[in-house]
Design a protein around this ligand. Structure first.
Ligand code: GMT
Length: 380
């Protein structure tokens, strides 16, 4: 099939999922065309089935706000027409679903049918999309999609609760490629961050308020009060980074915390870590936790949104109430204080992550695409 994938190119989860999906589809001989405003960060391989089309926005002094959605729509029309796409798969509803809808109408005027699949990822529904400034458009574009998927059961339900949805939503979970996390941990890297054999805690995110990264620091500070042989790796950047840095200074723990900034590949760091912290207010899924689990790193997380569909209490880690940093620290100390428990959780994390193997999830998308494309054939 010829598939157009529309996504954000950034480090955020939806962009990574879309890119990994496209790469896996290309490896299975589908022709994949990425359409975005910049090259997706994970689109780092050469394959004759992979194409990238950049959305260029023409600026003009009149525009206080450049009309990205129009430029994207024009690009979708152009690529669908000239590459002969069978369908578009848009990741993150805003503004991708409404742009795909508009492109579909324009293409219909040329006699070209252009179905689109919308995958809902999280804040497009739970935070941004619900805002009155977007809600009517998002509701319409979701309802008009040829198929809609959500990355968790929680998100499917939230979409139906928050929007006036008159159609089915399929749940297709996020996925990982286990081989990418399987390699042995680098002893050299481990020595760099844990020179005295310390236990390593790690957190990766975009440091947005919803991630509550300050809670990560609070948990770490509590763990350190009990045992001094721990260090914290913080990966990523975003609006709350400055506040997090200040908190580390106030708590006098800077020398035990490594601020590593944005990194394209986190696998080597996950492989050398002992515990992952995910303290979010909510997550529709929690891809970062799944990536950690795939590397055999147990997760102490909040028990909110779709996270319990990923992290299983007592199996791959522990779940605590949002903001309960005392309970989270207690769970970390419990695991670090009992090597056999830690080993059990490591094995449990890896095993649970296998349930989200791309080899299981990819056929779900392929089947859905086939249904959409064959509906096209029937319609003609
Ligand atoms: O909101 C973000 O943090 C980024 C966002 C994205 O779309 O890039 O992440 C959402 O999608 C991820 C991939 O499906 C999920 O793993 C995250 O849980 C979800 N974030 C939230 O729901 C806060």
């Amino acid at each position: 099939m010829k598939i157009g994938i529309v996504c954000y190119p950034t480090f955020g989860g939806s962009g990574v999922v879309a890119t990994e999906l496209g790469k896996a589809l290309a490896a299975r001989n589908h022709e994949v065309h990425f359409i975005s405003y910049s090259q997706p960060v994970k689109l780092d391989i050469f394959n004759r089935n992979l194409h990238y089309h950049e959305v260029r926005i023409q600026d003009y002094p009149l525009f206080d706000y450049t009309p990205y959605e129009l430029a994207l729509t024009s690009k979708l029309v152009d690529v669908t027409k000239y590459a002969g796409l069978d369908l578009l798969h848009v990741h993150y509803a805003i503004p991708h679903a409404s742009a795909a809808y508009m492109a579909k109408q324009i293409l219909a005027s040329y006699g070209i049918r252009s179905p689109y699949v919308t995958t809902l990822h999280g804040t497009d529904i739970t935070l941004v999309g619900r805002d009155q400034s977007y809600e009517p458009v998002i509701t319409f574009a979701i309802n008009q999609s040829d198929r809609v998927t959500a990355v968790s059961e929680y998100l499917r339900k939230a979409t139906c609760d928050y929007f006036d949805i008159n159609r089915e939503i399929d749940v297709i979970p996020n996925f990982i490629c286990p081989d990418e996390y399987a390699g042995p941990p680098s002893a050299d890297l481990r020595r760099q961050f844990a020179p005295n054999g310390e236990k390593l805690l790690i957190h990766t995110s975009n440091f947005r308020p919803v991630k509550r990264v300050e809670d990560v620091v609070e948990v770490f500070a509590r763990v350190r009060k009990v045992r001094s042989d721990v260090r914290l790796l913080l990966v990523g950047d975003g609006p709350n980074k400055v506040g997090v840095e200040k908190l580390c200074r106030d708590l006098n723990i800077c020398e035990h915390v490594e601020m590593l900034g944005k990194l394209k590949d986190v696998e080597p760091l996950l492989q050398i870590s002992d515990m992952f912290l995910l303290t979010s207010e909510y997550e529709s899924f929690g891809l970062a936790a799944l990536e950690a689990m795939a590397a055999g790193v147990p997760v102490v997380s909040s028990n909110t949104g779709g996270i319990p569909e990923v992290n299983e209490e007592g199996v791959s880690g522990f779940l605590c109430n949002v903001g309960d940093v005392d309970a989270m620290a207690a769970r970390v100390l419990e695991a670090f204080g009992d090597e056999s428990l830690l080993k059990k959780l490591q094995a449990g994390a890896r095993k649970r992550a296998e349930m989200f193997d791309i080899r299981t999830v990819l056929p779900l998308y392929e089947n859905l695409y086939r249904e959409v494309v064959s509906a096209k054939v029937e319609a003609h």
